[in-house]
Design a protein around this ligand. Structure first.
Ligand SMILES: O=c1ccn([C@H]2C[C@H](O)[C@@H](COP(=O)(O)OP(=O)(O)OP(=O)(O)O)O2)c(=O)[nH]1
Length: 160
């Protein structure tokens, strides 16, 4: 069973009322990164390729808190700290307005026990403007059986 947006909101910090949806909580955009170097996925272990934070628009006539993203693939970091409670699994979907603008967020499984500010693959198939802190995704929780909880290398990522 999928949980209500109000339940999800109890595990997402901070959460404004405007982010709480019937079936989940909207996540907002913090930073956009561009990968510079190849990564590596091994039989044991992995390496994330070097990346650089994409600059926010500097030109005077444009809003300084807006990303102007040309067609390409980026890594987007969310603002919210997410804690996946035991007995649950998380899934992130793109906000439909993002998808309707020819952009997509590709995401992986959010494990029970994970806590952090995670990331998603932002695919831009047509140039787009996205304001920093705009809502770009929605997190939903489903009830799930598991034996262990997440204890991998991304535990506690991007939080002070
Ligand atoms: O789109 C997603 C999906 C998951 N996560 C977070 C939550 C998840 O629990 C954690 C680790 O994901 P996964 O287990 O898929 O990563 P891995 O590559 O297998 O790393 P590890 O070996 O540390 O488990 O990353 C994200 O930030 N973005």
């Amino acid at each position: 069973m999928f949980r209500s947006g109000a339940f999800v909101a109890d595990h997402v910090t901070p959460t404004a009322d405007s982010q709480v949806q019937p079936n989940g909580v909207d996540l907002t955009l913090d930073l956009v990164f561009e990968q510079l170097e190849p990564g590596r996925i091994g039989r044991d272990g992995k390496q994330i390729g070097d990346r650089v934070a994409r600059p926010l628009e500097q030109l005077e006539q444009r809003d300084p808190d807006t990303y102007y993203l040309p067609k390409g693939a980026y890594v987007a970091r969310y603002n919210e700290r997410i804690a996946i409670p035991e007995g649950h699994i998380g899934f992130v979907y793109p906000r439909s307005s993002l998808m309707r603008n020819s952009c997509m967020l590709n995401t992986a499984v959010w494990d029970a026990g994970y806590e952090g500010r995670g990331e998603g693959l932002l695919q831009v198939h047509h140039d787009v403007e996205i304001e920093r802190d705009a809502r770009i995704a929605q997190l939903v929780f489903a009830e799930a059986n598991h034996e262990d909880v997440y204890d991998g290398s991304y535990q506690g990522e991007n939080i002070e």
